[in-house]
Design a protein around this ligand. Sequence first.
Ligand SMILES: CC(C)(COP(=O)(O)OP(=O)(O)OC[C@H]1O[C@@H](n2cnc3c(N)ncnc32)[C@H](O)[C@@H]1OP(=O)(O)O)[C@@H](O)C(=O)NCCC(=O)NCCS
Length: 239
Amino acid sequence: MAADQLLDGECQIWWARPDQVPDDVLASAVPESEQRRAGRYRQRVDRQRSLTGAWLLRAAVAAQTGERPCEVLLDRTCTDCGQQHGRPRLPAGSGIEVSVSHAGERVAVALTRLGEVGVDVEHTPLIGHFDHELAENTLSANELSALDASENPGVDFQRLWVRKEALLKATGHGLRMPMSRIEVSPADQPPMLLAWPLDIPVDQVRLAMLEPGPRHHAAVAVLTAAALRVRELDADLLL
Ligand SMILES: CC(C)(COP(=O)(O)OP(=O)(O)OC[C@H]1O[C@@H](n2cnc3c(N)ncnc32)[C@H](O)[C@@H]1OP(=O)(O)O)[C@@H](O)C(=O)NCCC(=O)NCCS
């Protein structure tokens, strides 16, 4: 069995660096409309991250479907305004759910048949940096008091943040829903959703922390009651 094949019951996480994919590979796989979308970023590194995410998503899906990356059909309709800048989805019959995130030196794509999925990666350039005001605005009262007692609040905050953003990407809300309305397990404990205002019971949601490498934090959330098996893979397998 090929190493890149998506197994039932697993969630694949594909990792790339923004400089990992040759320009000609990006140009041939990513359609012009998506290249134009990446072009909205003023900084080159932001464009590279967005383009690499678009390529990685297409290449990871193509490895499952047998299509060429440029042939993969993706819908990115924004539920607010109808433009093509929302959550990416494959055609309903594919049975595969996807999510994309990029920050710092890491680009992540999640792929699973278990249920709707959200991945989030964050970059921490300054070791020890902690924005208390941001924590007050995004954490529940319990989370905030645990963080105030922590020896490493900056790292713990990032670990909570990526859990919450992954959850909000799995539901499709994104940052439209205040993060403070979600409560997750403490940063030093296995990641779990404890409470949120949605109708989906918390035991039908799975979370896992990921291994993005130094100065980055990442998590994945899947809307499923099944056990979550995560397999992290490098984009070199798709090149
Ligand atoms: C989804 C969201 C949380 C991502 O924020 P971020 O931390 O800047 O970015 P990340 O790198 O983690 O994720 C970006 C990717 O999320 C995906 N995405 C966009 N909207 C999404 C949504 N509602 N749910 C899940 N994923 C979404 C896209 O693939 C995007 O990558 P791309 O633009 O390069 O294709 C944020 O964009 C958001 O809250 N969007 C919803 C609100 C909004 O902007 N509405 C538009 C009104 S017109």
